[in-house]
Design a protein around this ligand. Sequence first.
Ligand code: PLP
Length: 247
Amino acid sequence: MTNSKLPNTTDSIFSIMSNLAHKNKALNLSQGFPSFPVDTILKDYHSEAIKNNYNQYAPMAGVSFLRESISLMMVKLHQANYHPDNEICITAGATQAIFTAIQAVIHPGDEVIVFTPAYDSYIPAIQMAGGIAVELLMNLPDFNIDWQKVIDLINVKTAMIMINSPHNPSGTMLNHNDMLQLEHLAVQHNLIVLSDEVYEHITFDNNIHLSAARYPELKKRSFITASFGKRFMLQDGKQAIVSHQHI
Ligand SMILES: Cc1ncc(COP(=O)(O)O)c(C=O)c1O
């Protein structure tokens, strides 16, 4: 008999809703289905790599050209410097990045504050590390964060705060004041921040995405996760957004 570390984790909500949509022949809004074809530039690069026998193991942290490009992008988007060799790491999606970051720094008994509702891989990843997920329900109906409640939850066991802006599922974004509050608490209590920014380019009403990279003290103590699965580039360089990825 197996003794699972996650006895209470069942199918993800995405699988449950997709199965239900399939069963009931209903419109499936539970996960992203891009409504446009793969860009020809991407297809060409892909077939070129195959034709050129590009078949060696990549460096563990990811291909250096890609890491360098991401480093330049972070300067362009957030005026933030990240060294491509030791501050940027390519993973197989953001889910793996989140899992890996948590396994690397969360020890048994550590508490991690998670704002709910949250992407459903967060809590199992914390539990796999032996950590304790301390859930704080966001204020309804606006899905914002009551920082006084966060302060009340912090104790000597608190090791990490996880944020997700723009937020899945509500789409709300943390504002400058939220980021300052977070930065202040992270410094005061020596906390690690995991800033899940996979929807960084899905913003509305001229709202600007405020990355943890823009706040020097947060930058020092944050893992920032991003995802190619949430953005696509068109041939003319404009961004085409997969606007319905689980959001
Ligand atoms: C908030 C959030 N973070 C992370 C992910 C995972 O991203 P990836 O598909 O790159 O694993 C998702 C997935 O859809 C998500 O909604």
